[in-house]
Structures are given as structure tokens and as C-alpha cells.
Design a protein around this ligand. Sequence first.
Ligand code: HEC
Ligand code: HEC
Ligand code: HEC
Length: 133
Amino acid sequence: MALYDGKKIIPGLIIFLGLVSYPIWHNTVSGKTSYVPKLEIPKDKKECIEPKAYIRVNHKELLEDWRFSVVRSGVRTYQASNQKRYTMSLNRTCMECHRDRTKFCDQCHNYMGVTNKCWDCHLYPKEMEKGAK
Ligand code: HEC
Ligand code: HEC
Ligand code: HEC
């Protein structure tokens, strides 16, 4: 995968700039303090699988690539830009670090009005501990 492919990164950057500037223009327009996402970052881990600026903007495409690779090609190993290898798995890789989606993923998604159906099928560790589903 061409990580720093300009074609992919530019639409992402536009979304990213919208995301970081949103609290500023939203407050200006509404005249009140808005809800700002509070992200619980795993305490025992220093870095994501890709640099923060990249994963923040491109995780949707990355997850789509992973799903495609596993389901269509049966390839399950991802080599990150720093040469580390990860298993391409939403549950067993992303959610092993970001254990509770309600304190991480959903914080941003609710804020941005992003919805997805991933959790209809995929469980995350926090949910399994509670014995839900
Ligand atoms: C209708 C049920 C369903 C939904 C909804 C769904 N998936 Fe999946 N997903 C599966 C199944 C089944 C597999 C194949 C599991 C395997 O072969 O390991 C899979 C595999 C994957 C994989 C690769 C293997 C793994 O263990 O993660 C990724 C990544 C993935 N899905 C991401 C997503 C994302 C992101 C969403 C939401 C946008 C999503 N899926 C929504 C059922 C679903
Ligand atoms: C090895 C543990 C680990 C794995 C695996 C992991 N992350 Fe992360 N992730 C982190 C850490 C730690 C940070 C904070 C990095 C920082 O502050 O520089 C982070 C940051 C992020 C961010 C940016 C948050 C922000 O502040 O903007 C997103 C989005 C994200 N991860 C999504 C994912 C997704 C999706 C996956 C799976 C494809 C994943 N992560 C896999 C540990 C992990
Ligand atoms: C820093 C904020 C932020 C965090 C944290 C975050 N996301 Fe997102 N996510 C977004 C934004 C913004 C979008 C919509 C923009 C886009 O489509 O790229 C999005 C879109 C998505 C989509 C595509 C939804 C669709 O169907 O169009 C998936 C899947 C997704 N995120 C999964 C995750 C998962 C899994 C995590 C937690 C491990 C996570 N995200 C954490 C901001 C975030």
C-alpha cells in the first residue's frame, strides 16, 4: 500500500482540518462551549500502528484495505511503515489496544456524526468481558 500517496492523503487532510478547527468555529457560531471528544489512549502503549497524524485521517481506508485483504486474498499480515508486522484484525489488533470503543472510537464518531455497523458483527474486548452479545 502506498502510504503517503497524495491522492489519498489530500481528502483526508481536508477532513482532518475540519475536525481540528470544528470546536473553534462551532463555538463561534453557537456561542457556547461545545462537547469535545475525550479520547482514552492506552496507557501502556506509546504508539499506534502508524503515526498518529496518519492513522487519525486514514483509519477508514486502512480498515477497508485490511478487510479486503483478509476476506478476498487471505493475507493477514500487515507491514507498517516502520516495518513492524501486525495481524490484520479489527478485534484482535486495533481493539486489543483501544479496548473500549465507547471511550475512544465512539468519542470522535459521535462528535462527527459518523456511524458504522462494524459492531453488529465484530466484538471488542471490553464488550466480551461484560459478556454482552
Ligand atoms: C455482517 C457482519 C459484518 C459487518 C457489519 C462488518 N464485518 Fe468485518 N468481517 C466480518 C466477517 C465474517 C469477517 C471475516 C472474519 C475472518 O475471516 O477472520 C470480517 C473481517 C473483517 C476484517 C479482517 C479480519 C478481522 O478479524 O478483523 C476487518 C479489518 C473488518 N472485517 C473490518 C470491518 C469494519 C471496519 C466494519 C465496519 C465498517 C466491518 N468489518 C463490518 C463480518 C462483518
Ligand atoms: C499497539 C497498540 C495499538 C494498536 C494495535 C492500534 N492502536 Fe491506535 N493508537 C495507539 C496509541 C498509543 C495511540 C496514541 C498515539 C499518540 O498519541 O501518538 C493511538 C492513536 C490512534 C488514533 C488517533 C487518535 C487521535 O488522537 O487522533 C486512531 C484514530 C487510532 N489509533 C485508531 C486505530 C485503529 C483503527 C487501529 C487498528 C487498525 C489501531 N488504532 C491500532 C495504540 C494502538
Ligand atoms: C480522532 C477521531 C477518531 C477516532 C479516535 C476514531 N475515528 Fe473512525 N472516523 C473518524 C472520522 C472523522 C471518520 C469519517 C471520515 C472518514 O470517513 O474518513 C471516521 C470513520 C470511520 C469509519 C468509516 C465509517 C463509514 O462507514 O464510513 C470506520 C470503520 C472507523 N472510523 C473506525 C474506527 C475505529 C474502529 C476506531 C477506534 C479503534 C476509530 N474509528 C476511531 C474519526 C475518528
